[in-house]
Design a protein around this ligand. Structure first.
Ligand SMILES: Cc1cc2nc3c(=O)[nH]c(=O)nc-3n(C[C@H](O)[C@H](O)[C@H](O)COP(=O)(O)OP(=O)(O)OC[C@H]3O[C@@H](n4cnc5c(N)ncnc54)[C@H](O)[C@@H]3O)c2cc1C
Length: 316
């Protein structure tokens, strides 16, 4: 049996932030992830100054590409609203791998399927033992499935479904555009330039609202990519990607004894913009604090909305 003080299931931003802090606090930590890093993660990769501060990342010291936006180009019901701000974009394939390495803990490629409680902790797949368990495995996290499904049932109306594609495109304007309620989409569509000529386009909206109206997200994808072609943002029609789902912030329990859930496993994305990387990181750091201090875990300090920080970035 391989034993650790803490096992974290999932090495995305939530898991690696927790590991980074726990390691600094002298804990013996092991991350189990089914994927081999660097791994692709469907995500527009928009990140905030608050997130950089929380992780003590200085922009110029980040070793991969990072783009800074001084304006976000909002379009609400077709009306252009340029908003001066300070926001960033990164590529998740680079960012997540770098965070994981920086955490400096043992990482093992392992798909977690069974988790059992034992008197003094947890046994995972009959192979790993730990005193504390953090579920940071995203929407399908096995720790959520085993211990939190009943304690924190996911609210259907908070489910987001999204489609996105990341590819190289040159030339491009370097401007970040966000279209709200395009063709009635209960969410928004984006065009996010990334470093080194990469581009991320996507759409995301509330699943329940779309289902109620009999809409399929793939129809929005077709409409959106035709729209980008017509407006000259793209020069050829991209393929249709698969869809991915995650949850917006809701109330409920995130700790049960020595088991905790963070990030998408808990469903913490902001209510207005579906920003999930920042909440994943903050919840990971808070879970680490709770273990180190012995105090109960609470996510009250994590912002519920992104717009205030976009409009007043210097205040956050
Ligand atoms: C299309 C799209 C665009 C988005 N754009 C943005 C954006 O621009 N900005 C933003 O802030 N948020 C965005 N989000 C949300 C953001 O991507 C997530 O909220 C964030 O990645 C959550 O991080 P996490 O660490 O909780 O989980 P993840 O990053 O999903 O990491 C979970 C890890 O767990 C591993 N895992 C899963 N199951 C198991 C298992 N059984 N055993 C072992 N390992 C397992 C996975 O391999 C993965 O590495 C977007 C989401 C989508 C779908």
């Amino acid at each position: 049996m391989i034993s650790s003080d803490v096992i974290i299931v999932g090495g995305g931003p939530g898991g690696s932030a927790a590991a980074w802090k726990l390691k600094q606090g002298g804990m013996n930590v092991r991350i189990l992830d089914k994927a081999m890093f660097p791994r692709m993660k469907l995500c527009a990769g928009w990140i905030t100054p608050r997130l950089l501060r929380k992780l003590k990342i200085i922009e110029k010291n980040y070793p991969h590409g990072i783009l800074r936006f001084s304006t976000l180009h909002f379009h609400v019901y077709g009306i252009p609203l340029p908003v001066p701000t300070r926001q960033y974009s990164i590529r998740r394939i680079e960012f997540d791998h770098w965070l994981l390495k920086r955490a400096g803990v043992a990482v093992e490629r392992h798909r977690v399927s069974s988790v059992e409680r034992q008197d003094d902790g947890f046994i995972i797949d009959g192979k790993f033992h730990c005193n504390w368990l953090i579920g940071a495995g995203g929407t399908g996290c096995p720790v959520y499935r085993h211990f939190f499904r009943e304690l924190r049932p996911r609210e259907k109306q908070k489910q987001i479904v999204s489609m996105e594609l990341e590819f190289r495109l040159k030339p491009q304007t370097g401007k970040c555009h966000l279209w709200f309620f395009l063709k009635g989409l209960p969410g928004y569509a984006w065009y996010v330039p990334k470093p080194d000529g990469w581009l991320n386009i996507g759409i995301g909206g509330k699943q329940e609202e779309m289902a109620r109206k009999g809409w399929d997200i793939r129809e929005f994808w077709t409409f959106f990519t035709d729209f980008l072609l017509k407006k000259g943002f793209l020069n050829e029609k991209p393929q249709a990607p698969g869809a991915y789902s995650y949850y917006l912030r809701q109330q409920g329990q995130v700790q049960d004894g020595h088991a905790m859930i963070v990030g998408d496993a808990a469903g913490l994305a902001t209510l207005d913009m579906g920003e999930g990387i920042g909440p994943a990181i903050e919840s990971g750091l808070l879970a680490a604090d709770a273990i180190l201090s012995g105090k109960p875990l609470s996510f009250e300090s994590i912002p519920r909305a992104s717009l205030p920080a976009i409009l007043f970035p210097w205040k956050r």
